[in-house]
Design a protein around this ligand. Sequence first.
Ligand code: ATP
Length: 348
Amino acid sequence: MTHTVTLIPGDGIGPEITAATVRILEATGVKFEWERQEAGADAYEKYHEYLPQDLIDSFERTHVALKGPITTPIGGGFSSINVALRKRFELYANFRPIRNLPHIPTRYPDVDLIIIRENTEGLYSGIEHEVVPGVVESLKIITEKASTRIARFAFEYARKNQRKRIHCIHKANIMKLSDGLFLRCTRNISHEYPEITYGEHIVDNTCMQLVTNPYQYDMLVLENFYGDIISDLCAAFVGGLGVVPGANFGDGRAIFEAVHGSAPDIAGRGIANPTALLRSGILMLRHLGESDAAWRIRNAIEKVYRDKTKRTRDVGGTATTSQFADAIIEAMEAQSESAQAEAVIRQT
Ligand code: ATP
């Protein structure tokens, strides 16, 4: 079976890590038909649209996308296309598993933490205006509907995947109405899942608790802005932004993308780490029902990370983006050769 997938390489390091990831995904033998689409500043130059209709039509057809980061101008310019895509397609749940890779020395080994970030509202509603010169207002939108559905998503995931604890992260002592509503909705849903231990922590305390002892948490459910910040903090537990994958889920649709941004400081130099997008690709393979291929890439990553010369610089290695991809493909080929040899031995 061929899977038709919308491919959004993005900009900055996006095209480099996407090319490496696509090469590896194709090397698994799974058949893909990629519908390549542009968005952001590059798309605007060509089509005078930041989010072209062709991209929207493609995703409406495929319902699945693999996406590189798209640069958002700071302090002005157009609104984030990354956020616009999540909102436009109601991809309300941002799923970010924080897990160590083997052979990457970090302060904390064996971290296994799931972040579930609300993806469609909060301060990311993008509603800002100038009240009078010198005074601006950014609106934080929290609705019962979105808070309840993200809480439901988190608890359902926990139930299906035998997770034990969920903490709702909030600042309801200060934002009594908005965070208060988010907290109340999550608490209400928690009553339907008595087998999952439920806790509530204030976001600033959570930062301190995480850095002191990340193992006390199993899953975190957060509104949009806290989810963004806490994700980057947690990335530091497992080797940095170059390795943390993500997925945005809505009803029957998903976009798979790394947690990191477009990293303009290293763009175009061939040194970016494609692991985060590749691990997002593993999540995509599972979503497409291609678990064998997902396992093969996972095993290859474990093998390649043993050898420093095959890892990229951000994780202590010396390899370029494409040398890393070559090493992963070689490791997958070696796996299938040894599997074939084993099969022959079993038959004789
Ligand atoms: P955004 O706000 O757009 O998500 P960000 O603030 O998280 O972006 P990034 O663009 O992700 O910033 O980059 C943060 C730092 O992490 C930069 O120094 C960048 O070089 C590094 N970095 C991010 N992704 C990677 C990667 N895939 N490989 C190597 N380094 C990376």
